[in-house]
Design a binder for this molecule. Structure first.
Ligand SMILES: Cc1cc2nc3c(=O)[nH]c(=O)nc-3n(C[C@H](O)[C@H](O)[C@H](O)COP(=O)(O)O)c2cc1C
Length: 152
């Protein structure tokens, strides 16, 4: 089995905080059962998600996610074998819009707004590693759900 990482961008279809909480609850339960880890960024308008795990498990999950009507305009930014995971502590970490600050966005892209469609493979990865620094390290699943329920 190979370890791979898949990163994509997509556009949210008018989602509310409950939709995000539901996505995270499903993701965290399912991903844990398949040893998939990753990070999901959400800005009301866009998603940026990295999935890490076995090639088979990540491919199967990505196929399901592509069919999900809660988002559209999927764009694959990165797919490849990795030697280690970046998000091994999180079945699905969550980064809300308020953490996608202008400064962070400007550091990794041409403009200060969060637009994952404009990120290169490298800049998307580097941005996610930067965002990882602010993630809660303990009790992650519950904390990410709490955060999701607070986004307005
Ligand atoms: C942006 C986004 C990210 C998602 N990420 C995951 C994920 O990491 N893991 C997961 O199991 N489902 C995730 N989902 C939900 C899946 O698309 C799907 O609803 C879920 O796997 C249940 O599918 P099923 O009912 O066919 O089993 C995500 C959905 C969206 C819109």
């Amino acid at each position: 089995m190979f370890l791979i990482r898949l990163t994509y961008a997509s556009t949210a279809n008018n989602l509310d905080p409950e939709d995000i909480a539901a996505i995270l609850a499903t993701a965290q339960k399912f991903n844990q059962s398949k040893n998939i880890t990753g990070l999901l960024c959400f800005s009301r308008k866009y998603f940026l998600q990295s999935l890490e795990g076995s090639r088979q498990a990540v491919n199967a999950l990505y196929s399901k996610i592509c069919l999900d009507k809660r988002h559209s305009k999927m764009l694959l930014l990165d797919y490849g074998e990795i030697s280690k995971r970046d998000f091994s502590s999180w079945s699905m970490a969550y980064v809300p819009e308020k953490q996608l600050t202008k400064e962070i966005c400007l550091t990794y892209s041409l403009t200060d707004d969060f637009n994952p469609y404009k990120l290169s493979q490298t800049s998307a990865h580097d941005l996610m590693l930067e965002l990882k620094k602010a993630l809660p390290q303990e009790g992650k699943s519950q904390q990410t759900l709490d955060i999701a329920s607070k986004i307005a």
